[in-house]
Design a protein around this ligand. Structure first.
Ligand SMILES: [Zn+2]
Length: 219
C-alpha cells in the first residue's frame, strides 16, 4: 500500500496543508513543517487540584503543534491524524500509562461533527489504540448540546461544561478502572476536568489525561 502511495505521489504531488509546499512523499505534512514540532519536554505535565490524576501534553499550543491541530480540525485534513497519533505514541513512551488502562476521548457535539465531517479525537483514539495495543472504548457522551466554547471567558467555560457530559457505563472499576483520556488542546482544563470528575464518579480509579497541546491560560 505504501509503495502504491509513493507511486501515486510521484504523479499527483500533494501540497502541505500547513505551508502549501509540494510534498512528493507519503508524508502528510512537509518535512520542514514536521521538523518545527518542538521536542517532547519531560516537564510537560500538570498535577494538583484537579479531578484527573495527572496531565501530560506534547507541546505549547503557540508552536507548530497548534498549527497542526488547527489544520487537522478546521482544514479539515483528517490525514494529519496519523501524524498526531504518532505524537501521542511518543508521549506514551515517555509518560508511561498505567497497566490495564483503557483509552477514551472527549466527545464532540453533533454540530461540531457536522461542521468537520469527522470526529477528530475518535479517529486518533482508534488508531492510537491499535498502535500501542491498549483498548479503546467510547465512555463519554454529550448530554447537553451547548454552543461552542471558542471565544468564551473562563467563567463562561466552567458553566458551559457543567453537566454537559455523561458516562455510558457504571462501576468502571470492574472493567476499566484506569482511564487514559485524550484530547487535542488543554486550555483552561474545564473540559477534561469535568470529564475526569464524572469518570471518577462512575468508578474510575485513575484518570490520566494526554493532550497534544497546552494553551496559555486565557485572561
Ligand atoms: Zn509544510
Amino acid at each position: 500500500m505504501r509503495l502504491l502511495n509513493e507511486i501515486a505521489d510521484l504523479f499527483f504531488p500533494k501540497s502541505c496543508p500547513i505551508c502549501g509546499n509540494t510534498i512528493k512523499t507519503s508524508r502528510t505534512v512537509c518535512f520542514e513543517c514536521e521538523s518545527k514540532i518542538p521536542p517532547l519536554n519531560r516537564e510537560n505535565k500538570i498535577g494538583g487540584k484537579w479531578y484527573f490524576d495527572e496531565l501530560f501534553y506534547r507541546a505549547a499550543y503557540g508552536s507548530m503543534m497548534g498549527e497542526l491541530i488547527r489544520a487537522y480540525k478546521y482544514g479539515p485534513h483528517p490525514s494529519i491524524g496519523s501524524l498526531l497519533t504518532d505524537l501521542f505514541v511518543e508521549m506514551f513512551e515517555t509518560f508511561h500509562p498505567l497497566p490495564n488502562s483503557t483509552i477514551t476521548v472527549v466527545p464532540i457535539t453533533f454540530r461540531s461533527y457536522k461542521e468537520k465531517g469527522f470526529d477528530h479525537m475518535y479517529l486518533i483514539g482508534k488508531e492510537l489504540s491499535k498502535k500501542v495495543e491498549i483498548p479503546f472504548l467510547k465512555l463519554l457522551d454529550i448530554s447537553k448540546q451547548t454552543r461552542s466554547q471558542v471565544g468564551s471567558s473562563n467563567v463562561e467555560r466552567m458553566s458551559l461544561v457543567d453537566g454537559k457530559y455523561s458516562v455510558r457505563y457504571k462501576d468502571l472499576y470492574r472493567t476499566c478502572g484506569n482511564i487514559i483520556l485524550i484530547d487535542d488542546v488543554f486550555t483552561t482544563g474545564s473540559t477534561v476536568n469535568e470529564c475526569s470528575k464524572i469518570l471518577k464518579e462512575a468508578g474510575a480509579k485513575n484518570v490520566c489525561v494526554y493532550t497534544l497541546a497546552k494553551a496559555k491560560m486565557l485572561k
